[in-house]
Design a protein around this ligand. Structure first.
Ligand code: G6Q
Length: 556
């Protein structure tokens, strides 16, 4: 079989009507059968030519199924779609989240204090730095042991309660930067409305030594408020005094009224703004747990890493622009090579939550079916993103990537220096990364397999077709700054893809329907009398079965 597809849109309006898109369709037809083996043997410098470096990250994109012409046409497409203008509009604070009529200014979260960005006449950078300074003062109080709990004990455990964009970023960052964390502080996260999450997070803790950070932009999210109330009950159950809330709960939110009615005082609330999207908020006050874990200096160095990539994205020409190029290669793989997925494979254990974080960033941002004008798209949008740290994945799903029937482009991420040197282990880790990209690109032909003396019947099983596209991202070390640059790279790559597809990457209407149906269903599950159900027959039967079991278990 051949991993060659034709999924390009056929209509002659919108994206498909753009000259560069048409040229890409024609170009694809000429190189659809191109093999990475041939492309590399025709150009001895390909590995050096198709590489870029910015903000401490080196991207080798040579193992993509592209030529100079592909890159030229992708850059032309970016020009026709107005990428440069759209980048400028984002940095200016225009309301580019059109369906929610909001500015999209996560770049302001990492702007230096000297910069000014105005939203509705207010300099948001000054506000950002005021909050950062308050966060730093609070983090230092906790880290030094000056912040005491209600009974006078030192706080040793931090539990951050939030979900989605108010959880995945700090979860990922705290894990990614664990090497830099203060080890006598335990930092945990609770997100799921499944009580198990909170119960397991608190079961071995002393409430007198535990501080909760309730993270919710809206402060109305069902899961977070349910968990926050349960946490308060747990805390007060041990400490027996309502006043304890003041020493054991702080909030991160844009909703001061909601925070106050929960019982958290204004001075214990850290604000952010509606121009910070949830999945773009790990470097706002939502990252308070991260700052407590790694300290304000490391947090600021993470912001500097973000900023370095922001500046590169804003100023570099598309052909030499790392996030733009990364995004355009995704467009090529999705829309021209027919890849419906992207595997992100970090060869660093500390990055084990990075794929989960990127899932929300990419799939919630670009998993859309209409353009900004509401016109249904006739092309594929966001690929399904997934991944696991190497080398674990090699002993699990890499089989499919090497020999399966689907095209799975991969991003490999590695570091030249490991943070925990131990014998040869880092060399072993990285040699596996390099070997995987080599095997995926160049494979092993039937002739090569047979030449090794393989019995004829086994030859087809041992053939590797190769020609699987990969990117490799290399950095010196996993530092706070590297992490910031890496996250900003993906943020801006997602932005680039959204611009090409002409979709709103900053709304998330797709999460609403399920929420609304759950609100209707909860009273039906809880009602003391048998409710009249008006769902479909499947949902009705599931609800009845659940009620039956639940009621039986209560009377047993
Ligand atoms: C992210 C989404 C979503 C959001 C959560 C939590 O971009 O908007 O994941 O972050 O629903 O929302 P709150 O922070 O308002 O609780």
């Amino acid at each position: 079989m051949s991993l060659t597809h034709d999924v390009t849109p056929s209509s002659d309006v919108g994206l498909a009507a753009r000259p560069a898109w048409r040229a890409l369709v024609a170009h694809h037809a000429t190189i659809a059968q191109a093999q990475l083996r041939e492309l590399f043997s025709a150009d001895a410098d390909r590995g050096d030519r198709y590489a870029l470096e910015a903000a401490g990250l080196y991207l080798d994109y040579s193992k993509n199924r592209i030529t100079d012409q592909t890159l030229k046409l992708l850059a032309a497409l970016a020009g026709e779609c107005g990428l440069r203008e759209r980048i400028a509009a984002m940095f200016r604070g225009d309301a580019i989240n059109t369906t929610e009529r909001r500015a999209v200014l996560h770049v302001a979260l990492r702007a230096p204090a000297s910069e000014k960005i105005f939203v509705d006449g207010v300099d948001v950078v000054a506000e950002v730095h005021t909050v950062l300074d308050r966060m730093a003062a609070f983090a230092e109080e906790l880290r030094s042991g000056r912040w005491l709990g209600h009974t006078g004990k030192r706080i040793r455990n931090i539990i951050s309660i939030g979900i989605g964009g108010s959880d995945l970023g700090p979860v990922m960052a705290c894990e990614a930067l664990r090497f830099y964390s203060q080890r006598d502080l335990t930092v945990r996260f609770v997100s799921n409305v499944d009580a198990t999450d909170l119960v397991e997070a608190t079961r071995d803790l002393d409430a007198a030594e535990t501080l909760f950070i309730v993270c919710s932009k809206t402060f109305t999210t069902l899961e977070t408020l349910t968990n926050a109330h349960a946490a308060r009950a747990w805390c007060l159950g041990q400490l027996g005094d309502d006043k304890a809330v003041g020493r054991h709960f702080v909030a991160v939110s844009t909703n001061a009224d909601g925070v106050r009615s929960f019982g958290i005082a204004r001075e214990n609330m850290f604000g952010f703004w509606d121009w910070v999207g949830g999945r773009y908020s790990m470097d706002s006050a939502i990252g308070l747990a991260t700052m407590i874990a790694i300290g304000p200096a490391h947090f600021r160095s993470m912001l500097a890493g973000f900023r370095a990539m922001d500046e590169h994205f804003r100023s570099a020409p598309v052909e030499r622009n790392l996030p733009a190029l990364h995004g355009l290669l995704a467009i090529w793989n999705v829309n021209f090579l027919g890849a419906s997925t992207l595997a992100v494979l970090p060869y660093d254990q500390y990055l084990k939550r990075f794929p989960a974080y990127l899932q929300q960033l990419t799939m919630e941002s670009n998993g859309k079916h209409v353009t900004r004008d509401g016109v249904p798209v006739d092309f594929e949008t966001a690929p399904i993103l997934w991944g696991e740290p190497g080398t674990n994945g090699q002993h699990s799903f890499y089989q499919l990537i090497h020999q399966g029937t689907r095209l799975v482009p991969c991003d490999f991420i590695g570091f030249c220096q490991g943070l925990n040197p131990l014998g040869r282990q880092h060399d072993l880790l990285m040699s596996n990364l390099f070997a995987q990209t080599e095997a995926l690109a160049f494979g092993k032909t039937a002739a090569e397999v047979a030449a090794e003396g393989t019995p004829e019947a086994l030859v087809p099983h041992r053939v590797f077709e190769g020609n699987r596209p990969t990117n490799t991202l290399l950095a010196e070390r996993l530092t706070p700054a590297t992490l910031g640059a890496l996250v900003a790279l993906y943020e801006h790559s997602v932005f680039t893809q959204g611009v090409i597809w002409d979709i709103d990457s900053f709304d998330q209407w797709g999460v609403e329907l399920g929420k609304a149906l759950a609100l209707r269903t909860t009273p039906e599950l809880e009602s003391a009398t048998e409710p009249a159900l008006a769902h479909d027959s499947s949902t009705n039967a599931l609800i009845r079965r659940y009620r039956h079991s639940r009621n039986n278990s209560r009377t047993a």
